[in-house]
Write a protein that binds this ligand. Structure first.
Ligand code: ADP
Ligand code: MG
Length: 294
């Protein structure tokens, strides 16, 4: 049977919208020495918008049409943002066929029997002729500013780039500072995004270290390494691609509203209101429960 101290901790958390799936998770939360955060949808709001674009040709029309045709086959939030932006320009496009999404890279397909590719620089450039150097410079500049740059190629030629961005949660930096004050030794950011964009978000939020260009299984490896050093490690995430890392973590924590079904099912704790500042309270509840149980 569950100890009264754990039960009262769980009830206290529930009143604020911090859902512990059982007492062991509450206790373990009190021992957390390192916390890893996913970037997109966790440290940021995940509401992605198109902020800039640059075509190789004078007109951006074909760039946008090809991007929209492929991204309308994708379920990635970047894809939804691009399709919406192109629709707002009242552009129509020929549908793409044979769409194939590649996790953490982008998507390929065919439009009018020519191959189209949309996604990360390396992924797109490996299937097209070299892009103009000025385009590469623009891309790097936009990434250093914290944007994610989507490359577009069609028929083996790079058509251009589209910069998308989402907003750092206004409470993220404060929540991380509070966790450090509470004695959490290491705060880590994990992302499938590129290193330049990751560095910008890392600086804005004050994490101690970040790891970029990660596939879902790479996130698991980072959690394992942290566990060797810090024993009890929490992971906070929202996406399908975070589920394996949430399962590996000593305490997996999902964002309640932003979270995908996979993240919510795998997690041990759910932050119902997506509020990062609730993590501090969750640790305090865990510590209190421990001191009573002992
Ligand atoms: P995260 O770990 O930050 O949630 P993902 O693993 O979902 O990110 O994606 C990593 C990167 O792969 C994205 O930042 C983007 O550059 C690229 N990418 C993935 N899918 C798409 C897509 N449909 N369109 C454009 N870029 C994509
Ligand atoms: Mg995410």
């Amino acid at each position: 049977s569950i100890m009264p101290a754990l039960l009262s901790g769980i009830a206290n958390g529930a009143r604020r919208g911090i859902l512990f799936k059982n007492g062991a998770h509450l206790e373990r939360m009190g021992r957390v020495r390192a916390i890893a955060f996913d970037k997109t949808g966790t440290l940021t709001t995940g509401r992605i918008e198109v902020v800039s674009m640059r075509a190789v040709e004078p007109s951006t029309q074909l760039l946008l049409q090809v991007a929209a045709a492929l991204e309308s086959l994708s379920e990635h939030p970047i894809g939804e943002a691009i399709v919406q932006a192109v629709r707002q320009q009242n552009l129509s496009w020929t549908e793409a066929v044979n769409g194939q999404a590649k996790t953490g890279q982008g998507i390929t397909g065919e439009i009018d029997r020519k191959t189209a590719v949309v996604g990360k620089a390396a992924f797109v450039q490996s299937q097209a002729k070299s892009p103009p150097p000025t385009l590469v410079q623009h891309s790097q500049q936009w990434e250093a500013e914290g944007n994610t740059v989507v490359w577009v190629a069609y028929g083996g030629e790079v058509l251009g780039i589209i910069a998308v961005a989402d907003t750092v949660r206004p409470t993220a930096a404060r929540a991380i500072a509070q966790l450090k004050r509470l004695g959490v030794e290491q705060i880590v950011m994990l992302t499938g995004d590129n290193a330049r964009t990751a560095q910008s978000i890392a600086q804005q939020t004050g994490v101690d270290q970040f790891h970029a260009e990660l596939l879902p299984e790479d996130k698991v490896d980072v959690i394992r390494r942290l566990q060797k050093q810090y024993q009890t490690v929490a992971m906070v995430g929202d996406g399908i691609n975070d589920a394996p890392a949430l399962a590996q973590a000593s305490v997996g924590i999902a964002m309640g509203t932003a979270g995908s079904d996979a993240a919510l099912e795998t997690a041990d704790v759910v932050l119902m209101a997506d509020r990062l500042e609730h993590l501090e309270h969750a640790i305090r509840l865990g510590r209190r429960a421990q001191s009573v149980v002992k």
